[in-house]
Design a protein around this ligand. Sequence first.
Ligand SMILES: Cc1ncc(COP(=O)(O)O)c(C=O)c1O
Length: 458
Amino acid sequence: MISEAELMALSFPDAPKMATSVPGPRVSALMEESAKYEAFTRGGGSFPVILSEGKGSTAKDPDGNLYIDMAAGVAVNAVGRGHPKVLEAIQRQCSQIMHTTDITNPRRIALAKRVSEVMPEGLRGDCHTSFFQAGSDAVETAIKFSRKITGRTQIYAFQGAYHGVWCGTTALTTGYNYRHGWGPLIAGVQHLPYAYCYRCPFNMTYPNCDVQCGKYVDYVLNTPYTAADDVAAVIIESQQGEGGYVSPPPEFFQMVKAACEKNGALYVADEVQCGAGRTGKMWCIEHYGVKPDLLTWGKGMGGDVAMAGISYRAEFEAKLPEGSQPSTFAGNALSSEVCMTNIDLITDPEMDLLGRCTKLGEEVRGRFTDAMSTVKCIGDVRGRGLMVGVEVVADRKTKEPLAGEKCGEIAFKLLQKGVLMTPCGRYGNVFRFMPPLTVPHEYAMKAIDITLDILKDY
Ligand SMILES: Cc1ncc(COP(=O)(O)O)c(C=O)c1O
């Protein structure tokens, strides 16, 4: 396993270290400039952070404040920022060729083969891949491909889902801000309850519930008169991301898959956020032994460069017309080379980043769970690997979510103390611990200490 000294060398030393109050003068000036010229529809909005330098699991703002990064650009920097092997790959490839348009290039062909080798069972060694820049592109394509492959039209998604906010994906994504006033959204989309055990939509408790939510998927998909006779695909995150780092019990995915098979619908695993090693296996669905028909990926696969894709069973290729889904920047040779480097790093058996991710994740969850005896606002601790969610509540008994302003206050206090952390969840009350898989143990523990020290006052 890679040593802690090697991991520490990938990051800036002595983090966190604050040079000014937050936001400092340079960040304040840039925020004003951003508000004048950038679209405020961008994620992050008015949260006063701007990053100008990054190394491993640390980043600096233009005022010289050094942060420990528990956000990894929303689970993007799986191997950390500016990994030396990634920088080498960029240098190696940029002097050869970078853009080739959607006509292919040798690096992209090599990547398609590599992706096929590391896919979960069901796709491994027997899939084709279509490349894009963003996870949204990949999920948009999942909608289209599923329709074309099956000749059916409806798409089923889940409550709390986030699949992107383009025209098609907005219809799958839940959340007022994303949906309200942007319609009409594409027709034929329905949402089913996700296995969010902490706030069970059936008000039941696992395992006594007998996984009602899984049974309900089967009920809807396979009962006459439920209008589910034309379902092209069920699109599902293998651990919900923006919806609150919700990690269902294992039977849930197996029941969804069985219901899909009975109905004839395709099972699309959206692993844009939970894939690329984040949960301790290359793909989160591998924890469940379910074989997806299509799998969308992005974020951590590209890391410092934009890269996303959809991988699907090879037999579907015959149903997808040649030239029907072009994309100008898809599979850029530079991004392909970087993506391959990321895959090599994530799966390297000697470094064992996946084994370390599992172990460290257990320790992180253990620390937050143990802290529940003294930190009363922690309502639930969940997740797999380094995709850990800590849901905070005003009252542990009623599970009333901690108020939005207070969650914003906590995020700001974390920033002031030098920890980058992005909340998520239906109520914005889930603090997610998603550092690079290369985070040094010392930095992970420091970030937890700081977080708990802040949370204890709520
Ligand atoms: C599960 C999931 N799918 C799709 C997307 C959309 O990806 P992108 O923002 O790269 O378009 C996201 C983004 O957070 C995501 O978490």
